[in-house]
Structures are given as C-alpha cells and as structure tokens.
Design a binder for this molecule. Structure first.
Ligand SMILES: *[C@@H]1O[C@H](CO)[C@@H](O)[C@H](O)[C@H]1NC(C)=O
Length: 220
C-alpha cells in the first residue's frame, strides 16, 4: 500500500509540473468587518471587480475572507462579543461567516457579499438588525435557509469565534486595522494599504501581469 501510494504520488507530481507559461498566482486573505466604510468600499469597488474579472480572477490561488475585524470576544459561553460598530456589526460578521461557510462557489459568494457591503447603510448602527434580507437574488438556489440556520444557531457563533482567533493570530496581538489585505499569508502594512487603493495594480505587481485597470467582469 505504501509503495502504491508512493507511485501515485510520484505520478501526480510529474503531471503537475507547471507549463512554462503558467501565470503565477497569489493567495489573498481579507480581514474585514461588515460595517466599516473602508471595508465596504474596498470590497465592492476593488476586491469584487478584481476577483470577478476575467483577466484578474485567474491570478487568485485562493481567496480567504475573515469577517471579524477590530472586535473582542468578552465571554464565549455568553456569546458576548464587542464589535467596533456595535451589536449590528457583530450580527453582520456572524451572518457573513455563515455565508462564507455555506456558499462554496467563490464567485457567487463574492458577488453576494459585494452586494451586501454595497447596500448596507453605514449609519444603520443604532437599534437595528443586520439586514439579512438584502441581495437575496444573489444567493445561490437553496442556500439561504442553510445560512439562516447557521446564523441563528451555535454554528454561527463558533465560526465567528474561529475568525476571531485567526484575526488575533494574524495581528499577533499588535495593532489591528481593517480592511487588511494579506498576500500569501504575509503581513506587510505598506502593501496592504496600497492594495486597498488599487488592488489590480498590486496583483499585477505580484504576478508580473501587465496592469490594466479597466477590464471586464464576467460574473453577474
Ligand atoms: C460567561 O458567561 C457565563 C454564562 O452567562 C457565566 O456563567 C460566566 O460567569 C461568564 N464568565 C465570565 C468570566 O464572566
């Protein structure tokens, strides 16, 4: 069995040697929170148009979304988490955590979250609930009940706390700011800030792709 496995491994590794003209790819992790205006702006005006672009999309090795932001878990058993933009933002972060879990098609996910980020008012903080009924036409068929079930149960809290741990680990208990764009899991504040201004430019720089700011989105 071991030998067989070895042979299989050998043959797949031979096959997967990249062709000469393979485009280098980058992994992107976005640390964000649902109600910060810069996060909303970045997601809808930079990340989504880049990820869904027919030329830039293939440059992503993977895309990781981490919706926790500048928040603190005060008491895990009591589900007490304090978010920068109050309770409604914690709800939003939890809701996004569930959407990320249940929408496996990354393009559909980005399209949906972009719509949410674009349509939730910045000043909707006080005494309101995160508007989970927005952008329903962007949710793939049959998945909304699963997202809601997650959101209204322990599953949502667990996912959110996982994202909290990832966020704390990444910032290593240092100063946190969002949106934060990390390439290939590295922490580079200058690059993160440049990427927020013009993601396509940085993706071009990291992959050697010729920069073009106006190409087409393929997904709708
Ligand atoms: C956390 O919340 C639980 C449940 O409400 C409570 O029993 C516990 O004392 C709290 N822990 C702290 C450290 O406040």
């Amino acid at each position: 069995m071991l030998i067989l496995y070895g042979l299989l491994f050998l043959s797949t590794s031979v096959i997967s040697i990249p062709a000469e003209n393979t485009t280098p790819q980058v992994s992107l992790t976005l640390y964000y929170e649902t109600l910060c205006p810069f996060c909303q702006n970045f997601f809808s005006n930079e990340l989504a148009p880049t990820f869904l672009d027919k030329d830039y999309g293939p440059l992503f090795k993977y895309l990781n979304l981490v919706p926790f932001g500048v928040a603190e878990v005060m008491n895990s058993t009591a589900h007490k988490i304090v978010c920068q933009h109050d309770e409604v933002e914690c709800q939003g972060n939890r809701f996004h955590s569930c959407a990320i879990k249940h929408i496996k098609d990354k393009k559909a996910l980005v399209n949906y979250i972009s719509c949410l980020m674009d349509s939730v008012e910045v000043d909707s903080e006080e005494d309101e609930e995160y508007p989970v009924d927005k952008c329903l036409d962007k949710v793939p068929d049959g998945l909304f009940p699963k997202i809601m079930k997650c959101y209204n149960s322990e599953e949502g809290w667990k996912l959110l706390e996982e994202y909290g741990k990832m966020t704390k680990k990444f910032f290593n208990d240092g100063e946190e700011f969002v949106p934060y764009v990390s390439f290939n899991n590295e922490k580079n504040d200058d690059l993160a800030m440049e990427a927020i201004e013009d993601l396509k430019k940085i993706m071009s720089r990291l992959t050697g792709k010729q920069y073009s700011s106006s190409s087409e989105e393929e997904y709708d």
